[in-house]
Structure formats: structure tokens, C-alpha cells
Design a protein around this ligand. Sequence first.
Ligand SMILES: Cc1cc2nc3c(=O)[nH]c(=O)nc-3n(C[C@H](O)[C@H](O)[C@H](O)COP(=O)(O)O)c2cc1C
Length: 226
Amino acid sequence: MSVTEKPTLAIIIGSIRPDRFGPTPASWLAEEAQLHGSFDVDLIDLGDYALPMELAGDDPAATPPAGVLRLGERLAAADAFVLVTPVYNRSYSAALKTAIDWFYAEWALRPVSFVSYGGNTGGLTSIEHLRGIFPEFPSVTVKNFISLPDFWKLFDHDGTPVDREGLRERAAAVLDELAWWAPMLRDARASRPYPGLDFAAAPNGEDRTDSGEVQAADLTPAAASA
Ligand SMILES: Cc1cc2nc3c(=O)[nH]c(=O)nc-3n(C[C@H](O)[C@H](O)[C@H](O)COP(=O)(O)O)c2cc1C
């Protein structure tokens, strides 16, 4: 990949239930990211992948489900992520947890931010719970995020923000920060081994040896989606 190529930002719709609100803020942010101009934007809908909650077993030769393979390719091609999360009982969706757990290398060494939406908390607890996960890969959760309290008041029925300029400022803070990290980490992934990074690129990081050591990691997108 050329260093001059724009990084890819994957915006992930984290709710999959019928009648969900998730696509509205995700589509809005995708538009803002296009206008921002720093990224190639990939809007990913977890509802398109039918990811099983039953994760992979221990057989490294087993073929992952087709949806896992297809989603893995898109995640591996991303240089930054925004997870768009609802709040269900004060936390993020099971769909997001399933998507996170199916992968490992695909999340690694990339910046991550969040959009949450809910009642008076704006889903902030979902973001805080998600932040606790990403050091595992490791990936970098950035400072800026967007939380949308009483989200039903913030967008017209056609998905247009009521206060476009106000929300744009908040989007810009997220996008500016991701645009700082994404090219730097993309270059670093391609050129520098990460200390203690001990997994091979496979769904669920299942390539650990019996001793807990792992095969050499190759974090290039092609390897990560293999
Ligand atoms: C199972 C469930 C639990 C919920 N728990 C909360 C909650 O703890 N706090 C909150 O503000 N809203 C809560 N809500 C309301 C959601 O914020 C609202 O339904 C929102 O539309 C969910 O996002 P979605 O439409 O994209 O699925 C809950 C909704 C569901 C379905």
C-alpha cells in the first residue's frame, strides 16, 4: 500500500434488530467522513453478516462461516474504526461483542472511536465498556467520541441532523484524531514488529501453540484476512 493512499475508515453499525436507529447516526457520520476528506469510508452493517454467536472451535483448519470471512476482509482492509453502538441495559450490543470476538488481528494496531446513542446518558456506558476491550488486540481507543442523548430529538425522520453544524464539530473532533493516528499506525504495522504481539492472523487468534506461544504475526491486511 502506498503511503500516500488515504487510510480506510470503517464505520460499523452495531445494532442488528428490526426498526433499529443505528443506521441513522452511522450514515450521517459516513457522510461527514466523506466531506472531511481524510479517509476512504467503508460503512459496515453487522446485519449483513449473520455472524454466529457460537465462535470457532479449536480446529485451526476449520473454515470459518462465510459471513465471518467476508466481514474479516473488510475489517482487515480498515486503518481506523468507528463503532456505532446502541445502549442495551447500560452496555453495548451483543452483535458488537460477537463481531469483536470473531476477530483479533483485524482490530490490532488501529485507532478506534465511538458513536453511542440512548436516553439521558446518550449511551456513554456502552462506550466506556467498549473501551475496556480494545487494549487486548492491542488497538488505540482515542480521546474523542460522540454520544447522542435523547437521540430521537437529534435527527429528522429522513436522517438529517437537526443541528448539523453542531454535530459536525463533534464529528470533526473524532475524524481529526483518527486521521492523525491512522496513517501512522498503518505505516508502523507494515514496518515495525510490535513488542510482545503474540498472535497469528486468524479468527479468534486461535493459532497459539500448546505452550501459549504463537506463530509469527503478520499484520498485513492480506494475511489478516487469510
Ligand atoms: C434490550 C434493550 C435495552 C435497552 N436499554 C437501554 C438503556 O439501558 N439505556 C437507554 O438509554 N436506552 C436503552 N434502550 C433503548 C435504546 O436506546 C433504543 O431502543 C435504541 O433505539 C436502541 O438502538 P437500536 O434502535 O439501534 O437498536 C434499550 C433498548 C433495548 C431494546
